[in-house]
Design a protein around this ligand. Structure first.
Ligand SMILES: Nc1nc2c(ncn2[C@@H]2O[C@H](COP(=O)(O)OP(=O)(O)OP(=O)(O)O)[C@@H](O)[C@H]2O)c(=O)[nH]1
Ligand SMILES: [Mg+2]
Length: 329
């Protein structure tokens, strides 16, 4: 169930951790528990109450998928595929199990058709961006943990220079993980800090520089301009000095419970600097985990990771088939 990301890099927890945590599949199932309960439970009710799969049942299924935030277009498309299967007789009108399996298959097909995350091999810089409180700092710590498990040297940059507490929070994670943090006194220019951090990462032979940026509303023009500058500076710093060019990736962290606004956020952040992937955080706290499908399909943005809890181990690499199965089964 691992996803190869760019140059054979799959940011996964180590095998040892996998054993201790009961495996990725269990973690994914647990993380999607609320969504599955809503989706699967309602599908069960719709199908259980029906004598046969007819137009009325298909319409109720459509509503159920939309409510789990799979996206209107995607939900319509899925139900159209189910309709074709039922009308052609490839799924019998009383076959609930067959219909469920078909849903899993079709969601997997939709997801497989969406772009996959391309992550540059080390050395690389990940800019972690998103609105306030979406889960950026926690997700940055999870990424660091996964990189460390792969034996990479990691460095954090505390580019949230507005709030002293933000750098403190990253520092706490850094101490727990054994990762140094490049930080500056409050009020400094985040782009200048990122420039310094790239230098420091090079000097230390780090493989992964993770930049935690300040949360910002996608509607605040000035803050979004600042983010564009951070991105430009990271790119420039990554190629200017001696040595290999560093891959720079823009990772948008989205709170999975945000609903439709997540799509708006992704569009606005993507307009400032092209996004490479989405980290869908807090999927464990919502029944709207179908958002991953909407992001992948409607925005054609790769979902790279799911956040399934508050601990550093609570990260799952997104895999279309496993995700589709865990949604409905
Ligand atoms: N259950 C759960 N909680 C999460 C997850 N990711 C983050 N959180 C929690 O969400 C809250 C906000 O997380 P942060 O990482 O501080 O969010 P942030 O985007 O850095 O916030 P700002 O820097 O203030 O914009 C914290 O209480 C985290 O523990 C997740 O995947 N699951
Ligand atoms: Mg933060």
């Amino acid at each position: 169930m691992s996803v190869e990301i760019g140059g054979g890099v799959a940011l996964q927890p180590s095998e040892d951790e996998e054993r201790r945590s009961g495996g990725l599949w269990n973690r994914l199932r647990r993380g999607l528990g609320r969504t599955r309960k809503g989706l699967s439970g309602r599908i069960g009710t719709v199908l259980g109450n029906a004598q046969r799969i007819d137009e009325d049942v298909l319409e109720q299924l459509e509503e159920t998928l939309i409510e789990a935030d799979l996206g209107v277009e995607t939900s319509l498309e899925l139900v159209e595929r189910l309709r074709t299967a039922v009308n052609s007789g490839s799924v019998a009108r009383g076959d609930e199990v067959g219909l469920r399996q078909l849903l899993v298959d079709e969601v997997a097909v939709l997801l497989l058709d969406a772009p996959r995350a391309e992550w540059p091999p080390p050395p690389r810089i990940t800019l972690v961006v998103g609105v306030n409180g979406s889960g950026k700092t926690t997700s940055a710590a999870k990424l660091a943990h996964a990189s460390l498990a792969r034996g990479e040297r990691v460095l954090f940059a505390a580019a949230d220079t507005f709030r002293a507490a933000a750098a403190e929070q990253l520092q706490v994670w850094g101490e727990r993980l054994g990762v140094d943090v490049v930080r500056r006194p409050s009020g400094g220019d985040p782009a200048a800090l990122v420039f310094d951090a790239v230098e420091a990462a090079r000097a230390r032979g780090a493989g992964h520089l993770i930049v935690d940026t300040a949360g910002r509303l996608h509607t605040r023009g000035q803050l979004m301009d600042e983010l564009a500058k951070v991105h430009r500076v990271a790119r420039r710093a990554s190629t200017e000095a001696e040595g290999p060019a560093w891959g720079v990736s823009n990772l948008l962290v989205v709170d999975a419970g945000t609903g439709h606004n997540a799509l708006v956020q992704a569009r606005e952040f993507g307009a400032v600097a092209p996004l490479d992937a989405v980290f869908l955080a807090k999927i464990d706290g919502t029944a709207k985990g179908g958002m991953a499908v909407a992001i992948a399909r409607d925005l054609r943005l790769p979902v790279a990771w799911l956040g399934v809890g508050e601990a550093v181990e609570d990260m799952v690499t997104f895999d279309p088939r496993s995700f589709a199965s865990a949604l409905f089964e």
